[in-house]
Design a protein around this ligand. Sequence first.
Ligand code: GDP
Length: 447
Amino acid sequence: APLVAIIGRPNVGKSTLFNRLVGRREAIVEDKPGVTRDRLYGVGSWEGRHFLLVDTGGVDPSLDTGLPGDIRSQAEVAIEEADLILFVLDALEGATTVDFEIAAHLRRSGKPVLVAANKADSDRRELAAAALHELGLGEVHPISAAHGRNVGDFCDALLERLPAATEVAPVPIPPGTRLAFIGRPNAGKSTLINTLMREQRVIVSEQPGTTRDPIYLPFKYKDRDLVLTDTAGLRRRKQVARAMEKLAAIKSIRTMERTQVVVLVIDATEGVTDQDQRLARMAFIRGKGVVVALHKWDRVTKDAKLARDRLRHTQESLAFLERPWIVKTSVVGEGRDRGEGRSFNLDELLDASVRTAAALQKRIPTAALNQELQAAVADHSPPMWRAKPVRLYFATQADSEPPLIVISANHGRCLGPDYERYLIRRIRTRWHLRGIPVRLVVRGRGR
Ligand code: GDP
């Protein structure tokens, strides 16, 4: 789906517009209980067309200072990523210096921009909004995000500016296991990618397409075909403000969709953060395998206690990944950003990725699966259902990547989450399914 970014000064009503466009639809970022749901990305739709919407405002409360510098970094990232930019102005206040600065950026970018003059709640204010043409970004749409006034027309205009879905031919995917480095800005992704490319002699050839296309870099590792999956531009951009990490997550989502194994790069000097957990969950929800690189390990080894704590905390806070491979990595020395430093444990990281991919693609033989099911039932019988014992007849693996186990029973949905978890745990343990999601469905027979 095309990416639409809302940018503008604080308090012009960006989030109100965001909520109006996304409505009650699910926010993309998270759907697990216990994790704060932020409404920064969502899927907007109009007339049956969907677009990914990101609200660049409110990313970090400290950003909302109105400082032009911060606004500029927001604008830069948004401009680079987005297919269309919604530039929101305040019809009451008119154009400020900051607005002119943003407008100048937008004009230079050459990206399609749609200008909304928000808070145009009345005819009089609509007229006032006309003055905003002076920004030189074309037609200004007076809207009221809060009241819905003119929002329909605005959405029509939005659709007109969106790139057609079929504009770019899809990039062919080379054969092999696809892995991608995902993580927060500054975790060390580029360093790892550059080092890997250098050590594995990955040849980067120019690929056609836009900067937002995925790029696939095939290489051989121990006689296996691996494909480094990346989003163009990742290695180029250095100046992404820390505050923009959530927008950077959009990039992660896009890369994630194209990969099989996600190498989650954790900055060991900081440890696992909420955003890391969120990225990991996103990967799992999408059926990806996850390998953890506990990176910059060189910086915690001097302190043995810190190192121990970091490792334990990583295991604990990512426990929902079901014993993922956690590999301590580092790249140290001169020119490490360019991949010229000395690397530590990169082979182990690739080995772990290969193992995780194998788990993801595992085909469990039906006979063995049923033996395990019988053994599991013998060790710990299923709960009763409506005062009758539940019978589990037969198990089969219906799908892989990730594995889907289907069990037929005398009743569907009768096992309860605890017992289902128990069965999944048995299967995971027996077949070493680490760092991957395993799905289980219980189907009833008859009534
Ligand atoms: P990205 O934003 O995730 O791509 O992160 P970068 O690869 O740009 O790295 C961020 C910073 O961490 C840079 O200053 C790197 O030099 C530094 N860095 C990367 N890897 C390591 C490492 O293993 N050890 C140490 N000490 N620093 C690292």
